[in-house]
Design a protein around this ligand. Structure first.
Ligand code: ADP
Ligand code: ADP
Length: 835
């Protein structure tokens, strides 16, 4: 492997001209992509041109193709749709039209095109590239351009970005716009739920997606719908009966509302459309339920782009420019896309062909294959939905006699409840008895634990906060009592959903069991030692000190048989799911709740920025949460288009502050007269939010004025975002399946005995995969004093924020660059890695 970091400063766009256009259906986030392409293009000293109105503008030329400046794309990041216009263009489908388009580009010296659109638009782009030299020859023959131009502009580089709410494009896990569309759908579902509750109604909700069921499927997962119809998974023959039975059963359980989601392209197994009207008529005729149809339509394409879409589009836009700069006559047209959390480049035509294969498979009734072709993420969503929505009759469930407890630890985070729901339901499906612990480890020690059933967690996906109750208390103080409870309730496995405390908690538990079982050293007086030895006990630092103290105590104490056997209770499989808004848990790129918090921050920043639209020259200083972890500040800044983000991970000094103020002063001279600065709450002890506010106020006197906002607990509250609901649901389902496997592996002679490191794991998403990592191994990757992972992936995106805010910086692009191939994944891969 090549370990030489590659920096993009060496790439220059001098002399190059890049055209950017949006085509086909619009989608939220397209503007963010356009902004990133323009700014990155200008940053590398290329000329950048808007091509207005998609291919139509390219064919028409004239004012439709104009060179743009840095300021041309200011204040569009938060705007939905596409400001440069999109269109469907008939003439581009003809060679005549493309000839004209080629002429218009050559005239301006544009040989690099960045196309943001769906598979149609990208197919057109590819054709254009293939024909390019022929088109130039023809133009030369007709005397419209000279031979020199034919030579000079011999090659056309094409890079595509997929902008479409449908998420129907193979090769990328998410298309730009999908997440925002999910936001719109979930907002509507949440609103409908309250009215449906009041009237005992059934709602049939039709969502967009053309021939792709992604939006419908993920919405169904995110709101716990009763039934979902998607094209890739047509219901079995006789579905009318099964659906009605299910609906009436749910009503009999006093459930006051039913939600049925229908994808616009839904079909039955004979390829006949299933429409929302048809479903409604069925419910009314057979069951006589009060039933309403809501067709969401273009609402789904509207509104502001979500934080995720803005970040995705910004990342992809920058990557697209890099791909154009690195393009050679031999590289095929490519799309920049997302695999897990990784930006990748794929040959455009491979993706398009795979996408068309899906349609072919569906047309021919090969539905299992269609699902596989959609990709592992789609398949995983479908499997999770199937797992959670249908409870098998008790008689059909396996019986394992294992008891599994679920608890929340740390501060509440949106999506925790979805995770609990999934854990409980998957656990029950696997045949375990599920227990809920109230109020974290503290509640556990007090015996606040009870069995929880399938129905108890109904409707939990959309609820914010933690329904079980969560506490920051670590278990070390209560080891003995917790062990008691584990024994009394015969708990065979633990699932802990929470933030850094959850992780620390597990380290403590696993330390306890290691010492007692393997090394046979006792735990005399541990609780007392902990509390006496933690001076001042700042939570974060105290936790680590306590941990070391325990370890010291173990090593110096005598063997105590009694204690050891007491702590055998902890020799069970234990899994922690990262759930915290701060996203500071080691071993995972994302934690449950961070996306919701990020959206809250970004929405607020939008509002704050807008509040100044009449007032000129104002800079806002905004303080975000996160402890020492700068994730929220940094990513919030990227998504909100901020000028600076102060974080602990990248220390700054007075010179940097001064440079930032000067930068803003310069900016105020342009047409952009608003500034936004984010500051993480713990980024620096002395450069407090007040200090920065005062510094900016003083230095900006006469040029701009300042306002400050501390966002506070609004970041922890609110309804969970679609991503957090689904991420919580999916990783929790996966964790529970892992627990089942470990239970089987470690069950011997009538009891569960798991004492190895790999039975206490954290399930996290790393780059492209979900991985189980022993918490003990993660110790080496953790900065316990500041409660952050030593390496954080998003720091790599920090230069990106600076570039887009017009700072000169250095950007390590070693990760990108290789062209990969679209591969159909194996079913096994879908099981292990997908998210
Ligand atoms: P989407 O990009 O969202 O799939 P369309 O399929 O409508 O949307 O394509 C948008 C535009 O791309 C079309 O109006 C047309 O101008 C161009 N286009 C699509 N397919 C082709 C093709 N096979 N050849 C040339 N141009 C095409
Ligand atoms: P959520 O809204 O979280 O999905 P629901 O109450 O809608 O919760 O349950 C989803 C599905 O689970 C229902 O459609 C039903 O089939 C099944 N289900 C829920 N509770 C029970 C139960 N107590 N017994 C049998 N099936 C149940």
């Amino acid at each position: 492997m090549d370990h030489q970091p590659k920096f993009f400063e060496n790439l220059s766009g001098t002399g190059k001209a890049i055209g950017v256009l949006t085509s086909g259906g619009d989608a939220q986030g397209m503007n963010a992509a356009v902004r990133a392409v323009v700014r990155m293009g200008i940053y590398v000293k290329a000329k950048v041109y808007f091509v207005y109105e998609g291919y139509q503008g390219m064919v028409d030329g004239g004012d439709n193709i104009v060179e743009v400046s840095w300021e041309s794309v200011s204040s569009i990041l938060q705007v939905g749709g596409t400001v440069i216009g999109s269109a469907r263009c008939k003439s581009f489908r003809t060679r005549e039209g493309r000839l004209q388009a080629a002429y218009n580009l050559v005239q301006r010296g544009i040989t690099n095109l960045c196309v943001i659109g769906g598979d149609g638009s990208l197919t057109g782009a590819n054709l254009f590239r293939e024909e390019w030299s022929g088109l130039l020859e023809e133009l030369a023959q007709k005397g419209k351009i000279d031979q020199e131009a034919v030579k000079k502009y011999a090659y056309l580089n094409i890079v595509g970005m997929v902008g479409s709410i449908d998420n129907d494009f193979c090769g990328t896990d998410m298309t730009i716009g999908t997440d925002s569309a999910l936001h719109r759908i979930i907002e509507v579902v949440d609103a409908i739920m309250t009215t449906a509750q009041s009237h005992q109604r059934t709602f049939v909700l039709e969502v967009m997606g053309r021939h792709c069921g992604y939006l419908a499927l993920v919405s169904a997962l995110a709101c716990g719908a009763d039934w979902v119809f998607i094209p890739e998974y047509p219901p079995e023959e006789g579905w009318e009966d099964s659906m009605c039975v299910k609906l009436s059963e749910n009503r009999a359980r006093k459930k006051r509302l039913n939600i049925i989601i229908v994808a616009e392209g839904a079909i039955d197994c004979h390829n006949k459309p299933i429409t929302s009207e048809k479903v409604k008529d069925l419910v009314v005729q057979r069951l006589g339920f009060d039933t309403r149809v809501t067709i969401l339509g273009h609402v789904q394409r509207g509104g502001t782009p979500s934080a995720f879409d803005r970040i995705l589009a910004s990342r992809m836009g920058v990557e697209a420019v890099l791909a154009l700069l690195e393009g050679t006559p031999d590289t095929p047209a490519c799309v920049v896309s997302l695999s897990g959390n990784q930006a990748v480049r794929l040959p455009l035509m491979e993706c398009v062909q795979m996408t068309q294969e899906v349609q072919k498979a569906m047309d021919e009734g090969r539905f299992v294959e269609a699902v596989r072709l959609r990709g592992r993420s789609f398949e995983n969503n479908l499997n999770t939905y199937k797992l959670l929505s249908h409870k098998k009759p008790d008689a059909e469930l396996p019986k394992t006699n294992f008891n599994v407890a679920v608890l929340n630890v740390g501060a509440p985070a949106a999506g925790m409840n979805a995770a609990v729901r999934a854990a409980v339901r998957v656990g029950i499906t696997e045949g375990h008895k599920m227990f809920a612990v109230i109020d974290g480890f503290e509640g556990f020690s007090r015996g606040k634990i009870k069995e929880i059933s399938w129905g108890d967690v109904g409707g939990w996906t959309g609820q914010g906060g933690s329904i079980l109750g969560t506490k920051r208390t670590l278990p070390a103080k209560y080891l003995e009592k917790i062990a008691d409870q584990m024994r009394t309730n015969n708990i065979n496995a633990l699932m802990v959903i929470g933030g850094f405390e959850a992780y620390l908690g597990l380290l403590e538990l696993s330390a306890a069991r290691e010492k007692y079982d393997e090394f046979c050293v006792p735990m005399v007086m541990v609780p007392a030692t902990v509390s006496n030895n933690v001076p001042g006990s700042d939570f974060s630092i105290g936790a680590d000190t306590a941990l070391n103290t325990i370890t010291d105590a173990y090593e110096s104490c005598l063997q105590l048989h009694e204690a050891r056997s007491r702590f055998e209770e902890f020799c069970v499989p234990i899994c922690v799911l990262p759930a915290t808004i701060s996203n500071n848990v080691p071993g995972t790129d994302f934690s449950i709740g961070a996306d919701t918090a990020l959206n809250a921050i970004v929405e607020t920043c939008d509002r704050i920025k807008q509040s100044a639209s009449g007032t000129k020259r104002r800079v806002f200083i905004i303080e975000t949460m996160g402890g020492y972890c700068g994730y929220l500040a940094n990513m919030g800044a990227l998504a909100a288009g901020a000028d600076a983000a102060y974080i602990f991970e990248e220390q700054f000094d007075i010179r940097e502050l001064q440079a930032n103020v000067e930068h803003l002063t310069e900016k105020m001279k342009t047409s952009i007269q608003r500034g936004l600065v984010l500051r993480n709450e713990n980024c620096n002890e002395n450069y407090t939010t007040d200090f920065i506010y005062q510094l900016y106020s003083e230095e900006g006197k006469g040029v701009f004025d300042c306002r400050k906002n501390v966002l506070g607990h609004m970041q922890q509250g609110g309804a969970p975002s679609p991503f957090d609901r689904n991420f919580g649901t999916k990783i929790s389902a996966k964790a529970m399946q892992w627990i089942s496997k470990k239970l089987k592996e470690t069950y011997r002679k009538g009891k569960v005995f798991a004492n190895t490191d790999d039975s206490v794991c954290l399930l996290g998403m790393r780059r492209r995969n979900l991985v189980f990592q022993p918490v003990a191994e993660l110790k080496n990757e953790t900065d316990f004093v500041h409660r952050i992972p030593m390496e954080q992936w998003w720091l790599k995106l920090r230069p990106l924020m600076k570039i887009l805010a017009k700072y000169k910086t250095s950007y390590d692009v070693s990760d990108s660059g290789q062209l990969e191939h679209v591969a159909m994944h194996s079913p096994k891969e879908a099981e292990t890695g997908a998210i």
